[in-house]
Ligand binder design. Structure first.
Ligand code: RTP
Ligand code: MG
Length: 141
């Protein structure tokens, strides 16, 4: 097992549903520690830059519009196998396919409004954490 960091975003739909605390509890119960956090209204440029890897995909514009539709809660999480642990907690991208008890099964409404983002690999986690947090904003324990 490896101590890892991952970037998590609680998306505008879940922030609007007032379930930040319920999602944080799931991180904590899975052994993930919040080592940095900020609530933010993303600008269009920030959302486009964050999801630049998807810019040629047909859903890119809808994704960006959704991500700027309200504030998001952004956190870096640290723990053993944090990247896969968080992806397991999140469930499948489409909540219709998400396993019972996952964040997306319980809180997401659609493939667009799907409650959370989580880094998908070590290299993307590093880039995504640095996209939102300076070294001084990360409080590793
Ligand atoms: P995320 O990056 O947000 O954690 O989600 P993910 O890894 O599970 O899914 P990804 O393939 O990276 O897609 C990013 C987000 O784009 C939206 N999407 N829509 N309509 C579609 O076919 C489609 N596919 C993806 C989702 O909101 C997904 O979270
Ligand atoms: Mg992804």
């Amino acid at each position: 097992m490896a101590l890892e960091r991952t970037l998590s975003i609680i998306k505008p739909d879940a922030v609007a549903k007032n379930v930040i605390g319920q999602i944080y509890t799931r991180f904590e119960n899975a052994g993930l520690q919040v080592i940095a956090a900020k609530m933010k209204q993303l600008t269009r440029e920030e959302a486009e830059g964050f999801y630049a890897v998807h810019k040629e995909r047909p859903f890119f514009n809808a994704l960006v519009e959704f991500m700027i539709s309200g504030p998001v809660m952004i956190q870096a999480l640290e723990g053993e196998n944090a990247i896969a642990t968080n992806r397991d907690l999140m469930g499948a991208t489409n909540p219709k396919d998400a396993a019972a008890g996952t964040i997306r099964a319980d809180f997401a409404d659609s493939i667009d409004a799907n409650a959370v983002h989580g880094s998908d690999a070590a290299e993307t986690a590093k880039v995504e954490i640095a996209y939102f947090f300076s070294d001084a904003e990360i409080c590793s324990r």
